[in-house]
Design a protein around this ligand. Structure first.
Ligand SMILES: Cc1ncc(COP(=O)(O)O)c(C=O)c1O
Length: 388
């Protein structure tokens, strides 16, 4: 039978971390020991209180459909949480619960971007931002968001990219893969450009709580931005719940019904009993989040110190999220072949920089997903490859 696919699916990209994970699992099935530094997940268990609340919700019979936009109590709790942690002024009606943060990217593009529209997004950045530009036949406008403490986001370059054709600006602070956290002054300058050009912003704040000596500012709180910003956040990273598939959009009042409509058309609702468990995460787990960030800080310091000691490798200090985007240009190797060798020869799974956009050539992303002794072991294994 001839297979007919749409141009949309042909143009759509994918996420390399899942490719690396599949290869790492295949090596493990052959008996190899792999250190997993490829996936964007905390590598820590979900807090027990959340798991217990989920079991209780299952026992209580919360196994049918939930409202498409989410349980009213959860929408209320998310609005309160976002207002507390960002200083926004959102109502529960602006919150739509989705199966993860990723659908919020999908939905935002579907709702607002048409073929020919220009979309500015970070490069290097989360690959789905560019994939969705391509899928919809929109026009790529990649913007370099800076690599961290040494190199800040280039606001002049952003101003040069922005025009009245710009439909959407995607921001991601703290950033995957670079760990950059935008300052208030940087965001004020960006916000002024958005207001001037009447641009909608998707502010991907999924790493907002994972900060090292940096302040998280939501662009939604800056003048003129509340009515033009969709905040993306969720439970995956902050509460170690990547497999639960729960995230949310906080949309301007006029736009929230569009997200509900997209939920009705795609998923019907996010998992009902998981939404009850999510209430437990929001209710009382600030201490757990702080403890997780302290763990990440130790891992970050170990990874920065270890990678910086390797020949030809330098790193900028991540200010947030749990990734390190190491500059490997001094090794004289290209990112993809080197990342492949690190996995095949040393059993260290990591993701080549170009998977995050063209500006990622010469870099490899490592996540802080394993404990410090395993990080140190990974570094020594990599030393063997680079010196061999
Ligand atoms: C920047 C960014 N946004 C969104 C997501 C998606 O999160 P979720 O697992 O909740 O769909 C990720 C996950 O890696 C991410 O790094």
């Amino acid at each position: 039978m001839a297979i007919h696919t749409t141009a949309l699916i042909e143009r759509m990209g994918t996420e390399a971390a899942f490719r690396v994970l599949a290869r790492a699992k295949a090596l493990e099935a052959e008996g190899r020991d792999v250190i997993h530094l490829e996936m964007g997940e905390p590598g820590l268990p979900t807090p027990p209180a959340v798991t217990e609340a989920c079991i209780a919700a299952l026992r209580a019979g919360h196994t049918g459909y939930a409202p498409a936009a989410g349980l009213p109590a959860l929408r209320q709790a998310v609005a309160a949480y976002v207002n507390r942690t960002r200083g926004t002024d959102a109502e529960a009606s602006q919150v739509v619960i989705a199966p993860g943060g990723k659908p919020v990217i999908f939905f935002t593009y579907l709702a607002f971007v048409e073929a020919g529209d220009e979309v500015i997004y970070p490069d290097p950045g989360f690959p789905i931002f560019e994939s969705m530009v391509d899928a919809l036949g929109a026009v790529r406008r990649p913007w370099h968001p800076g690599s961290g403490t040494r190199e800040r986001p280039d606001i002049d370059a952003l101003a040069a990219l922005m025009s009245d054709k710009t439909r959407l600006l995607v921001l991601n602070s703290p950033s995957n893969p670079t760990g950059v956290v935008y300052t208030r002054a940087e965001l004020e300058a960006i916000a002024a450009l958005c207001v001037e050009h009447d641009v909608l912003v998707l502010s991907d704040e999924i790493y907002a709580r994972i900060l090292f000596d940096a302040e998280h500012v939501s662009i939604a709180t800056l003048p003129g931005m509340a009515e033009r910003t969709v905040i993306l956040d969720g439970f995956s990273k902050t509460w170690c719940m990547t497999g639960w598939r729960l995230g949310w959009a906080v949309a301007p009042p006029a736009y929230a019904p569009l997200f509900e409509k997209l939920m009705t058309n795609s998923n019907s609702c996010a998992v009902h009993f998981a939404q009850h468990a999510a209430l437990a995460a929001l209710a009382a787990l600030d201490d757990e989040v702080d403890a997780m960030v302290a763990t990440f800080r130790e891992r970050r310091d170990a990874l920065v110190a270890g990678l910086s000691s390797l020949p030809g490798v330098t790193c900028d200090m991540p200010q947030g999220a749990f990734f390190l985007f190491a500059d490997i240009r001094g090794t004289g190797e290209e990112a993809r072949p080197l990342a492949d060798r690190l996995l095949e020869e040393a059993g260290v799974a990591c993701v080549e920089g170009p998977a995050f956009g063209a500006a990622g050539e010469g870099f490899i992303r490592f996540s802080f997903a394993v404990d410090v002794p395993r990080i140190e072991e990974a570094v020594e294994r990599m030393r063997g490859v680079l010196q061999g």
